[in-house]
Ligand binder design. Structure first.
Ligand SMILES: *Cc1c(COP(=O)(O)O)cnc(C)c1O
Length: 421
């Protein structure tokens, strides 16, 4: 069920017309659908029903406080990868005991912050980090609950930049060394090994790599228990992919993913944690942009839009595809034009799509990039001194700006000219 549909010839977000939002906030902007966020979170709760579990939303996919509050109120935990994300989760009202802390380079300062305000567990990624946490926790007189992120050496069959579970990747500890590491944790003060963590990559469109990884985690659970460790929690990471191209085969459903979890680790009596990001927020958001010019080129026309790679970097960074649709529904059967859709930034990489067939568009028209709710606004920058674009949340027939577009004054004020100039 999609909550971005045409009604009376205009693309809507739930019951709100995108032309109304554009008239009020200006283009470009991101817009998220409450109903879609709720539905996607619900799919995971349903997929894990009957097993003790916590669905921890991967904050890095969309960290807007309103989105976090919405999910937190539904009972979601949060998976954070920095002190900043932790502060966001806390500010959104999520209690520390529902927050897991992932990431390869946690600093001592971040460890202190999180230990003083409450944390469900640290997902440790290296031995130096394990020793640092032991020292920090001991100094503070507390015990830090930890898991070790194991690297199962499986091929996630996804884009190289978002594959994390092969031995050559920087993530986790090789699963073959896990027993030694857990033995050291047991010997160190200030640490309590509560479980095992694994995350093999993002935008996986096949369940087989999950099955392989989780099977290895199940074996390791048995071995560690035999070694005397009380493994009671398994964090199975995120990574389930979404359909970016409607014309392609649909990736597996959360319910099928839940079945893999049941089959591989369901009999261990562990509490299950998962960390989905993209599947919850990706198709819950779109980016709306205006056409500045239609430029005729040789063999192709260019649609020059008012958003750019700094606003949505996925096409430039991962060769990612986004379906792009006009906000005003084209007449049926209209002749298609072929466009390269580009932003105004002075880099050839600032190309969103090549040779897209669409109903003809003209300057001033609006188009929407679908599936832009994850790794969109969070990865935006002010490159070319372009202000970060606003984010809007829709619920039914209401909408609210949940992040304002900064003014140019606010952007310039952040710089300081030294006294000697
Ligand atoms: C990125 C990441 C996730 C979320 O991945 P999605 O593909 O958005 O589901 C979960 N856990 C960890 C450790 C991550 O790095």
């Amino acid at each position: 069920m999609d909550h971005f549909l045409y009604r009376d010839g205009i693309l809507h977000a739930e019951d709100v017309s995108l032309t109304d939002i554009a008239a009020q906030v200006g283009t470009p902007f991101y817009v998220y659908s409450t109903a879609t966020l709720e539905r996607h979170f619900g799919l995971f709760t349903e997929a894990l029903s009957g097993m003790e579990h916590l669905v921890c939303f991967a904050v890095k996919s969309n960290s807007n406080l309103a989105v976090l509050k919405l999910l937190g109120e539904m009972g979601a935990g949060m998976d954070v990868v920095s002190g900043g994300e932790y502060r966001r989760a806390i500010a959104a009202g999520v209690p520390g005991d529902r927050i897991v802390f992932s990431g390869v380079g946690k600093t001592r300062e971040e460890m202190r912050l999180v230990l003083s305000q409450g944390i469900r567990q640290f997902n440790l990624e290296s031995e130096p980090e394990m020793r640092a946490l032991s020292e920090v926790a001991t100094e503070m007189g507390v015990t830090a609950p930890v898991t070790v992120r194991v690297n199962p050496d499986v091929d996630a069959r996804t884009h190289a930049k978002i594959a994390t579970g092969k031995s050559e990747n920087k993530f986790g500890i090789p699963i073959s060394r896990a027993r030694e590491v857990y033995a050291e944790i047991a010997a160190l003060p200030g640490l309590d090994a509560v479980g095992i963590d694994v995350h093999i990559g993002s935008q996986l469109t096949d369940l087989e790599p999950f099955r392989q990884a989780y099977t290895k985690v199940a074996e390791l659970t048995r071995e560690l228990r035999a070694d005397g460790h009380d493994i009671r929690r398994l964090d199975l990471g995120g990574g389930l992919g979404i359909p970016y191209e409607r014309s392609n085969d649909a990736p597996p459903l959360p319910i099928e993913y839940g079945q893999v979890i049941r089959e591989t680790v369901g009999d261990l009596g562990c509490e299950i944690e998962i960390e989905p990001g993209r599947l919850i927020s990706g198709n819950a958001g779109i980016m709306v942009t205006g056409v500045i010019y239609v430029k005729e080129g040789e063999g192709r026309d260019f649609l020059i839009v008012d958003s750019a790679m700094n606003d949505l970097v996925r096409p430039a960074m991962y060769e990612a595809h986004h379906d792009i649709v006009p906000v005003v529904e084209p007449e049926p059967g209209v002749d298609q034009a072929r466009y390269d859709i580009v932003g105004p930034i002075c880099e050839t990489g600032d190309t969103f799509a090549k040779a897209r067939d669409m109903a003809p568009l003209k300057a001033g028209d609006l188009v929407a990039f679908r599936s832009a709710g994850a790794y969109g606004a969070v990865m935006a920058s002010e490159y070319n001194s372009r202000p970060l674009i606003p984010e809007v949340l829709v619920m039914g027939d209401q909408f609210a700006v949940i992040r304002e577009r900064p003014t140019y004054e606010e952007m310039l004020e952040r710089d300081t000219i030294p006294a000697w100039l």
